[in-house]
Ligand binder design. Structure first.
Ligand SMILES: [Zn+2]
Ligand SMILES: [Zn+2]
Length: 176
């Protein structure tokens, strides 16, 4: 989905866009989030050759819990404001370019064509936690038998630390 900056009238132009299934699949195929459904909306404000872009992304997708390895539905609702600069991204300014600066980010647009999909992808990926959990109190897998302790109580005594890798390591040890 592209916005052609040259064609925009002065002032604010609203837009909204819903990702099609195929588009979403393609966009997120190399990332950990799957089956993403999302709506994007926002506006571009043009004043001469100055453009400000506001983007709101809301939706959900499927992630794998870092503790119990089950899939779960992850919801996001984020908005970003960008200053648009026309031309090539000057490598000198890269140092100052700070993606985690949530207030206003900078994007460089060549040929007056603003490609919105990469921005949407970036926003979604930034919201995914380092260690996604299906719920805060996920009990994880039993390190003895590998049962998902959210679903059943296998009765094994275990210590405080839950990690799916403990179970995996045990399986590897057994094989050897
Ligand atoms: Zn879990
Ligand atoms: Zn167990």
């Amino acid at each position: 989905m592209k916005i052609f900056l040259k064609e925009l009238k002065e002032g604010k132009t609203d837009f909204s866009y819903t990702l099609e299934d195929k588009e979403s699949e393609e966009l997120f195929k190399d990332s950990e989030i799957k089956r993403v459904n999302l709506n994007s909306s926002g506006w571009i404000q043009r004043k001469g050759l100055d453009y400000i872009f506001y983007l709101h992304v809301i939706g959900s997708g499927t992630l794998i819990c870092a503790r119990c390895l089950d899939e779960f539905q992850f919801f996001f609702n984020e908005d970003y404001t960008y200053n648009i600069f026309l031309g090539k991204d000057p490598s000198i300014s890269k140092k100052e370019y700070n993606i985690s600066d949530r207030d206003v980010a900078s994007i460089y647009v060549e040929n007056y064509e603003l490609n919105v999909l990469p921005l949407i992808k970036e926003i979604v990926l930034l919201t995914i936690p380092m260690k996604p959990l299906c719920k805060d109190n996920c009990k994880g897998l039993c390190p003895v038998c590998g049962a998902n302790r959210n679903n059943k109580n296998c009765g094994h005594e275990t210590k405080e630390t839950y990690s799916p890798f403990t179970y995996l390591l045990k399986r590897i040890e057994k094989k050897e």
